[in-house]
Ligand binder design. Structure first.
Ligand code: CMP
Length: 139
């Protein structure tokens, strides 16, 4: 089915001028970028976004990192967009990511791993709504 998923190009990637290279990977995989904007989160805003990880030991470091530099938030649309995006991203830990994936090519570490993508339709809906209004989604 046609789905929408939420994507973040993280600070380590925007800082190294990889926004276009990463967007090109999504498009090459058949995902359409139906919304896109560059923003700079406060630590508190990052904290709300990553609330599910609140109890994890890396939570503070994660929120600090995600608010350290601008990010690019996007909505990707396409057939099985959630699974397709996760395939293009590769494993969370770049050491385990398959050849040709974004994290294999660009990620620096498990924390500075260049991209985020929703893991399920329910989380995609919540994450899209946190960053975009309906008027900003242009399919
Ligand atoms: P993301 O998909 O954005 O969702 C949660 C993030 O936490 C994950 O990508 C990683 O970048 C980050 N993360 C996961 N495990 C660790 C870890 N052990 N240390 C630091 N960050 C982590």
């Amino acid at each position: 089915a046609i789905q929408r998923t939420f994507s973040i190009i993280k600070p380590d990637a925007t800082k190294r001028n990889l926004t276009g290279a990463i967007a090109a990977k999504f498009e090459a995989a058949g995902l359409r970028i139906v919304a896109s904007k560059r923003i700079h989160l406060t630590k508190a805003q990052a904290g709300v976004f990553y609330e599910v990880h609140k109890e994890r030991p890396f939570y503070d470091e994660l929120c600090e990192f995600m608010s350290s530099e601008p990010i690019v938030v996007q909505v990707l649309e396409g057939e099985d967009a959630i699974a397709k995006n996760r395939e293009v991203m590769g494993a969370t830990n770049p050491a385990e990511a398959a050849d040709g994936t974004i994290r294999k090519e660009y990620a620096l570490s498990i924390g500075e791993n260049s991209v985020h993508g929703s893991d399920a339709p329910e989380t995609a809906a919540v994450e899209i709504a946190y960053f975009f209004s309906g008027l900003e989604l242009v399919g």
